[in-house]
Structures are given as structure tokens and as C-alpha cells.
Write a protein that binds this ligand. Structure first.
Ligand code: ADP
Ligand code: MG
Length: 728
């Protein structure tokens, strides 16, 4: 291509038809993104061919060689010439077939794609034949006539030199970690779902297979042989189903890890209608349940198989078929989530109380769960049966409502739940930390206070409302039944964090500061901030004194701060660790100075209960989701980022600012600061929606005071709004 001088008027570029081979190579790159995607396609083909044994051999992470052998029905001799052409398939003939498709493949693209980005050789024999055939393909066509050869039952497909003609792709793959682990992971997943098929996966030259499963009638056996005993022995069976066409129709069965299972990463093996897929909404929903139910929860292991009527699943939404879209996904996710929740809670409770060696706090009767098999019984949730005029889609950001799929909405399942949760937690705590907690009844008293002061109406709103969006910097708009509320997120988050400190007391995970921060300097900063308007240096000595004294005080208390609150102050007086109050959330570090000053000034150190309460309040205030320090650039705050012309006039010669064209106007802003502010505000909004509100549903007990202090304001009734709209 020629580069034209900038002054010349640009001719529109010519449009031409891409060479067929270029089109095919581009398409191939989409379907076969990495070696593991080729393996997935090949194994799925073998499964579609009714194989009972599938073995995979891999060399150089799949770039040199991928070989998949099966004992399936094989490929007819007559079909070999078109086998690797695009859009040749034996599985689909008309579009409508897609509605009821049971096979994994249907696009007839995989094999073709592979021939455009690698060298493919197929060896196959069909039943009743004396010999098989071998043929190689390139760019969709046979390289030679099929040659007769000896063959064992089934098909063997070999791909060599994958991406030989895609230099960039090959380079990135060579530099990144080998795909072999991904391939092993993939085969492991297949192996625990298709338990009537034996799988093996081996690295070229290795004596042992890394996945080796034999057909077995027991899923648990399969999991044991693939993932090991430590996984298999910590699993709980789980089932759910629904058969109400007005809400959802599905069956689910699977295994989920219990509280003894330990892992840093979630393993979620999900099959929907026998297709290995991913569903982020479901995964998140379940992770949240684990965090909420098991104290100090590990990440879960989940195997789940969901079956729906084929016409409820759109399998054709992703080129690699990795994702599918479901009818009523939101409802299904929610139902599965609550089943997992109750199963875990039951298992957790029985275990805790069995192992209990000390007298537990009188236990609240555990929540009985007769809705393990979800069916729309008369006691089914009212929220699913609202009159049509009251069904309002409240999720502005996502028409499919996916964002909210992991929020709790079923009220009746949560009644009385938190009290049992508290009991479980406190008993777990006692069991684990008997000595430590023996004399800390004050924490229990503070938690009891929270329960006692909880406002049931507000609790209902917190648990059942839907987050719509932020109305301004401080208020979020919520919908609860047919009412709209404004809710003050600063107050709410402050209270939630306060309660979390007490609940997680002495059991926090830590946030490590990237650099330890000297307390004394932090306090100085905060003091200066406090009277920044005065701009006087006179008080500096006094400030230093205050900072010194406060640092001393905190140093003295450091042991307690660390042990109970995970606030770590090292021997040099540096703050280096803070507690995690909510997973996925770190506080605004701009507020550290203020917090440290508050520790020194506002905490009542004398009496235990007051001390814990004021410390929890100080943490609560620090972690609350305050508006960021930088003004909100999406409103009037934008002005703040306008460059002050007088200060900068030399830079642009002082004349271009007045020109009303786009570029000059843009130049008037402090871009770096502006983008920092935009990020801070966007992050906060994300946290409010995805961390604060979901966590509030699980943990917050709104105090009575919130009913009258402006934290919740009812703004409108949707019924009235509807009447108004109807009249229009
Ligand atoms: P799709 O699976 O979408 O039909 P593919 O390109 O993956 O498309 O495969 C094309 C066709 O080749 C399949 O429809 C099937 O008939 C045949 N085929 C591929 N692999 C095998 C196999 N291992 N055993 C038997 N037939 C196979
Ligand atoms: Mg296929």
C-alpha cells in the first residue's frame, strides 16, 4: 500500500473481493484459536461418532502434532473428498434442525478450518470393511487420492504444524505457556461428564498418560480417577429441576465441593445439554454463595450438568460453541444458586455442630429445606407470579438482565437465615479459636446489637430490591416490588463494612500495601488536609507532636490491631497490611491518612466493647464507598478539569483556545487527571453494583435508624407511574 502525502485529498480506497483462501484462513483462525480448540473440535467429532474410547497425543503443546484416535463409526470412503470442505457436515441439513440438534458439531467448519492452518491427515475405517483409507488435506481439499491402509476400528485424525502459515499466532503461542495443560484440563472435563467413554491424553514421548479414565457407571469414580481422591472425597451431590413453562424448564445434577475442600481457583465444569460450555453468570452466582456460606471459604469445585429442552438453548452464538444462550437464564441461575446455597448451609451446619467441643450459643433452628427439588409449589416465590403490568425490566445496562443473575431475589428462602449464619460463624470461631474468643463476649454482644436493631422492612428492601443505577454521586436507585427508592450508598456501605468487621473479627484475609506507609507521615498529611485553608505553618510543631503521640499510641496497640483487625504496623511504625472486609473490594487508598488519624483520635481504647465498636466504625468509614476525591467528570465536575488558561498561556501562544473547533476545546482539559477521575468513578460504580449490592443482600442488617435518617427515600410508585403512562 502506498502512503499518500497528508495534504492531498484522499481517494476512497478500492473495495475488492478477498481471495477465497484468505477468507478461509481468517475464518479458520476464528474457529481454531489455539491448539486446545482443535483438540476440542476433534474430540467432539469422536463423541458425535459414538466412540467409546478416545485417545489424544500431543507434541510441543499441539503446535507440532495433535493426534486424536477413536473407535467410532468412521467416515465413508465416498465422503472423504468433501470431508474437509467448509460447510460439509453429516449432522444438519436444514436450519430448523438447529433447534433440536443433539450432536456437538453442526457447522461443518472444524475440519475444514484445520486444513487451512495446519496439515491434516485422516485415517478411517467403517464397519464391515477389510481395510481403511488414509488421506491428507490442505486448504480444504485432498492432497492425493485416499490410499488403502490397515486400520483399527474408527478414525484417527492427525494435525501437524498447526498455524504454520500464521506467523504471529505461532509466535504468541510459542511464547506463552504451553497449551498442553489446557488440553489436559479439557480432557479431564470431558472424562468426568462422558463417563461411558474412556479417555486418555498423553504428551508425545511420555510413558504415562496425564488423563486416563475408564468407562464407569459412577460419576464419583470418574471424578476420583481424573481429579484425585482429595477432590472426590469432599464432594456433595446436588440436584434441582423445574418444569414450569412460565418460568423455567430444566434439570440439573452435579457435585459441589464441601467446606473441607481447599483450592485457590474455582473449577467449574459445566455441561449444558452435553455441551461443554462456560457461563460466567452461573459461576459468579455460585462463587458468591461459597463466600457467603462457608467462613474462610475456599474456591469451589463444581461439576454440573444441565439439561433443557433443545429449543430453549441457542447453540449458535459463538464460533467455537463455547457459549450458549439459554431461555430464562436468569431464573435458572437463580434457582440453581439457591439450591446450592441450601445444600451447603445444611452440610455446613451439621458438620459444625457435630465437631463442636464447646457449648455453642443456643442454636437457632436450622432452616429446613424442602425445596431441594425446585418445583413451582404453591409456596413458590411470589415474585415469580406478579401480574404482567407489574413486571418491569429494571436492568438498564443489560437487556438480558444477565448482570443481575447472581443477585438474590427469593425472599422466603432467606428468612431467619442470617441468624443461623451468625450462630454457625460464631461456633466455628469458638471451635477454631477457643482461647482467643473466650473472653471476647463483647464482640458477640455487638453482633447481637446488630440483630436486635435490624429493621425488618428495610431488610426486605435490601434483599429483594433490584439495583437500577446511580441517581447521583451518593444515591442509588432501587426498585422494590412496585416502588422506587433512593438509597444512600455511603451510609449503606459504611454500615455494611462496620458489620463485616465484627463478623470477620480476628479472621480477616489481608491486603498487603505495595509499600509500607510511615504512620507519622500519614498523620501529618491528614492533619494538614484538615486545615488546609489556613495554610499556616505556625502549627506545624504542634502537628508534629500530635503525629508523634498518635504513632506511639498505635505502636503500643499494634499487637491487638494485628491480631483482631489485621491492621499490621511494623516495628518501624509503618502501616503495611489492612483487612479485607469484602472480597473483591479494596478501599480508596486516598483515605488512609484520614483513617490513621481517626485511629489515633477517635477510637476509645479504654474499655473493650467501646474500643472494638469504635475501631469497627473507623474501618467502616474508611472502607465505605465514598465519592472519589476527584470531582465527578460526568456532571458539573467536568469544569474542575479545565486547564486554567492564565497559568498556561505560554504553551499554546494564547490564541488557539478561543477557536471553537473540536481539537482546541479538547486541549482545554487536563487529560491525565480527567482520565484518572473517570476510572475512579467508573470503578466505584462497578463496585457498587457488583460488590456492594450483592454483598448487602447477603450480609447487611439495616439498623432502625436508617428508616428515618434519609438513607432510604421512597420516590415513586410504579403503579401510579403506569396509570400516568396509560393516560398518555
Ligand atoms: P461438524 O462436526 O460440524 O459436522 P466437522 O468439520 O467437525 O463438522 O466434521 C465434518 C464431518 O466429518 C462430520 O459431520 C462427520 O460426519 C465427519 N467426521 C469428523 N470427524 C469424525 C470422526 N472422528 N468420526 C466419524 N466422522 C467424523
Ligand atoms: Mg465437528
Amino acid at each position: 500500500m502506498e502512503i499518500e502525502p497528508a495534504e492531498e485529498v484522499k481517494e476512497p480506497p478500492r473495495i475488492h473481493r478477498l481471495d477465497e483462501s484468505v477468507v478461509n484462513r481468517i475464518a479458520a483462525g476464528e474457529v481454531i484459536q489455539r491448539p486446545v480448540s482443535a483438540v476440542k473440535e476433534l474430540v467432539e467429532n469422536s463423541l458425535d461418532a459414538s466412540s467409546t474410547s478416545i485417545s489424544v497425543l500431543v507434541k510441543d503443546g499441539g503446535l507440532k502434532l495433535i493426534q486424536v484416535s477413536d473407535d467410532g463409526h468412521g467416515i465413508r470412503y465416498e465422503d472423504l473428498p468433501i470431508l474437509c470442505e467448509r460447510h460439509t457436515t453429516s449432522k444438519l441439513s436444514k436450519y430448523e434442525d438447529l433447534q433440536s440438534i443433539k450432536s456437538m458439531g453442526f457447522r461443518g467448519e472444524a475440519l475444514a478450518s484445520m486444513t487451512y492452518v495446519g496439515h491434516v491427515t485422516v485415517t478411517t475405517i467403517t464397519r464391515g470393511q477389510l481395510h481403511g483409507y488414509r488421506v491428507s488435506y490442505r486448504d480444504g481439499v485432498m492432497e492425493n487420492e485416499p490410499k488403502a491402509c490397515a486400520a483399527v476400528k474408527g478414525t484417527q485424525i492427525v494435525i501437524e504444524n498447526l498455524f504454520y502459515n500464521m506467523v504471529a499466532r505461532r509466535k504468541t503461542l510459542q511464547n506463552s505457556a504451553d497449551d498442553y495443560t489446557k488440553i489436559v484440563d479439557l480432557l479431564s472435563r470431558f472424562a468426568i461428564h462422558h463417563i461411558d467413554v474412556s479417555f486418555s491424553c498423553r504428551k508425545h514421548g511420555a510413558a504415562r498418560a496425564d488423563v486416563h479414565s475408564v468407562a464407569t457407571p459412577s460419576r464419583l469414580n470418574a471424578i476420583r480417577s481424573v481429579y484425585g481422591l482429595s477432590v472426590a472425597q469432599n464432594l456433595i451431590k446436588i440436584e434441582a429441576s423445574d418444569n414450569d413453562p412460565s418460568s423455567s424448564v430444566f434439570e440439573m445434577d452435579g457435585f459441589i465441593s464441601n467446606s473441607n475442600y481447599v483450592a485457590k481457583k474455582t473449577t467449574m465444569v459445566l455441561f449444558i445439554n452435553d455441551r461443554l460450555v462456560e457461563c460466567t453468570a452461573l459461576k459468579r452466582a455460585l462463587e458468591i454463595v461459597y463466600v457467603a456460606t462457608l467462613p474462610k471459604a475456599s474456591k469451589p469445585f463444581i461439576y454440573m450438568s444441565i439439561t433443557l429442552p433443545p429449543e430453549h438453548v441457542d447453540v449458535n452464538v459463538h464460533p467455537t460453541k463455547r457459549e450458549v444462550s439459554l431461555l430464562n437464564q436468569e431464573v435458572i441461575v437463580e434457582k440453581i444458586q439457591s439450591v446450592v446455597e441450601s445444600v451447603l448451609r445444611n452440610s455446613n451446619e451439621s458438620r459444625t455442630f457435630q465437631e463442636q467441643t464447646v457449648e455453642a450459643t443456643p442454636s437457632v433452628p436450622s432452616v429446613t429445606n424442602n425445596d431441594l427439588h425446585l418445583s413451582p409449589s404453591p409456596s413458590g416465590s411470589k415474585s415469580q407470579r406478579v401480574p404482567v403490568n407489574k413486571i418491569v425490566r429494571t436492568d438498564s445496562s443489560d437487556p438480558a438482565g444477565r448482570m443481575h443473575a447472581y443477585l438474590y431475589k427469593n425472599p422466603q428462602k432467606y428468612l431467619g437465615r442470617d441468624s443461623s449464619l451468625t450462630t454457625v460463624r460464631s461456633s466455628v470461631r469458638q471451635r477454631r479459636n477457643l482461647k482467643e474468643t473466650a473472653d471476647l463476649t463483647s464482640i458477640q454482644e455487638l453482633i447481637n446489637d446488630i440483630d436486635r436493631k435490624c429493621h425488618s422492612g428495610l431488610l426486605d428492601i435490601v434483599r429483594q430490591s433490584t439495583y437500577i443505577g446511580m441517581a447521583d454521586d451518593v444515591f442509588a436507585l432501587l426498585q422494590h416490588n412496585t416502588h422506587l427508592y433512593l438509597a444512600n450508598v455511603v451510609n449503606l456501605s459504611k454500615e455494611l463494612m462496620y458489620q463485616q468487621v465484627l463478623r470477620r473479627f480476628a479472621h480477616f484475609n489481608a491486603i498487603q500495601l505495595s509499600e509500607p506507609a510511615p504512620l507519622q507521615e500519614l498523620i501529618m498529611l491528614a492533619l494538614k488536609e484538615e486545615d488546609s485553608d489556613l495554610e499556616s505553618n505556625e502549627n506545624d510543631d504542634l502537628k508534629k507532636k500530635i503525629a508523634e503521640m498518635n504513632t506511639q499510641l498505635l505502636n503500643q496497640k499494634s499487637e491487638m490491631l494485628e491480631e483482631y483487625f489485621c491492621i499490621f504496623i511494623d516495628s518501624n511504625g509503618n502501616l503495611s497490611r489492612l483487612p479485607i472486609l469484602l472480597d473483591q473490594y479494596t478501599p480508596d487508598m486516598d483515605r488512609v491518612p484520614e483513617f490513621v488519624l481517626c485511629l489515633g483520635n477517635d477510637v476509645e481504647w479504654e474499655e473493650e466493647k467501646n474500643c472494638f465498636q469504635s475501631l469497627a466504625a473507623a474501618l467502616g468509614n474508611f472502607y465505605a464507598m465514598h465519592p472519589p476525591m476527584l470531582p465527578n467528570p460526568s456532571g458539573k465536575g467536568l469544569e474542575f478539569y479545565r486547564k486554567r488558561k492564565h497559568g498556561k498561556h505560554t504553551q499554546d501562544g494564547g490564541n488557539s483556545c478561543h477557536v471553537a473547533d473540536g481539537t482546541a476545546e479538547e486541549d482545554e482539559f487536563e487529560h491525565e487527571l480527567l482520565s484518572e477521575a473517570e476510572t475512579a468513578w467508573a470503578q466505584r460504580e462497578w463496585s457498587i453494583q457488583h460488590v456492594l449490592f450483592p454483598s448487602m443482600r447477603l450480609f447487611l442488617k439495616p439498623p432502625n435508624s436508617m428508616a428515618s435518617n434519609g438513607t432510604f427515600v421512597r420516590v415513586a410508585s410504579l403503579e401510579k407511574l403506569y396509570k400516568i403512562f396509560e393516560r398518555c
